[in-house]
Write a protein that binds this ligand. Structure first.
Ligand code: NAD
Ligand code: UDP
Length: 311
């Protein structure tokens, strides 16, 4: 791939900063648009700065970028349940108005567009594992609805720009991804458990801990996303690690890693918390030749090492 000029909305967040890092490493120019509502410019501070521009901007307002753009990666959105429950209207606005603006930018620049969608479009799924042709089981009026429906709207908007304006759109449905640069107080289960383990606190397991998730290490996800961006497929594609664990098994893995039995505190399961989640990645494998390489044990170890330095 020759050098491109790539806009990343939400580029100061966890995934956005890893995308920026990898794209810079591959010789591209990166323009980050972020209002830092859940992200932090510090995530980009250690990256080579020569081909990186950081613009503080709320993407729900009109986006004006000078010069050519080859690709818009639309990653701006609160992503952790505690963030989007605290920021419900901002979450709906960034998924709707923000996606509209990012697509408008792609159309104006005649550039490609990739939407960061989510496994949450499947809601509390009745089909397991989840395939892209499953339409989902989402409660639109529950507290999580602000995120799920914003992303479902964003997917519909991307397809409308593709069908109506011929914009080259891509949709990645990201399943739970973890790794360095997540925030300690992000609230998602991996950083929550690691922070608790390192501080000698009890692990906060919600519900009975028998709900499942499938955890993907960030470097695997980034590789899958960049392959999808370069492909010619405009439908949604699941990217995630199909190895499925209960939350209690995740707690157990961490105990193994730190070499002692970590105590657990059970508390209430949040409303509409999906009971199970596991991606079917046949499509990603067939289309992109992609599959994750990093097993949970190794990814958790790397994440633990990073958190031990920052805590
Ligand atoms: P994050 O909170 O670390 O990053 C989100 C970034 O978007 C932050 O830097 C934040 O400041 C920025 N942002 C939010 N609203 C904005 C606005 N209106 N204008 C400009 N910037 C704004 O979260 P993340 O985990 O890096 O998630 C990134 C994207 O990937 C999100 O769209 C999320 O829905 C999607 N996603 C992530 C996961 C995951 O497991 N990490 C799973 C599914 C989907
Ligand atoms: N969870 C938990 N303890 C925590 C944080 C989360 O037991 O401190 C559970 C949560 O109820 C969910 C799973 O872990 O079943 C994954 O939660 P996360 O917020 O990481 O992501 P989600 O997949 O729900 O968006």
């Amino acid at each position: 791939m020759s050098s491109q000029r790539i806009v990343i909305t939400g580029g100061a967040g966890f995934l956005g900063s890893h995308l920026a890092e990898e794209l810079l490493r591959r010789g591209n120019e990166v323009v980050v648009l972020d209002n830092f509502i859940t992200g932090n410019p510090d995530n980009l501070a250690a990256l080579p700065q020569d081909h990186l521009t950081i613009i503080k901007q709320d993407v729900t307002t009109f986006l004006a970028i000078d010069g050519p753009v080859d690709l818009v990666l639309h990653f701006a959105s609160p992503a952790s349940p505690i963030d989007y429950l605290k920021l419900p209207i901002q979450t709906l606005k960034v998924g709707s108005l923000g996606t509209h603006n990012a697509l408008g930018l792609a159309k104006a620049k005649n550039s490609r567009f990739l939407l960061a969608s989510t496994s949450e479009v499947y809601g509390d799924p009745n089909v397991h594992p989840q395939t892209e042709d499953y339409w989902g089981h989402v409660n639109p009026v529950g507290p999580r609805g602000v995120y799920d429906e914003a992303k479902r709207f964003a997917e519909a908007m991307a397809m409308a720009y593709h069908r109506t304006h011929g914009v080259e759109t891509r949709i990645v449905r990201i399943f739970n991804t973890y790794g360095p640069r997540m925030r300690l107080h992000d609230g998602r289960v991996v950083p929550a458990f690691i922070a608790q383990a390192l501080r000698g606190e009890e692990l906060t397991v919600f519900g009975d801990g028998r709900q499942t998730r499938s955890f993907c290490f960030v470097s695997d996800l980034i590789e899958g996303i960049l392959r999808l961006a370069a492909s010619d497929y405009s439908g949604p594609v699941n990217i995630g690690n199909p190895d499925e664990f209960t939350i209690l098994e995740l707690a157990e893995k961490l105990s193994e890693l730190v070499g002692k039995q970590l105590p657990i505190k059970f508390s209430e399961l949040p409303t509409d918390d999906p009971r199970q989640r596991k991606p079917d990645i046949t499509l990603a494998h067939t289309l992109l030749g992609w599959e994750p390489k990093i097993k949970l044990h190794e990814g958790l170890q790397r994440t633990l090492d990073w958190f031990s330095k920052v805590i």
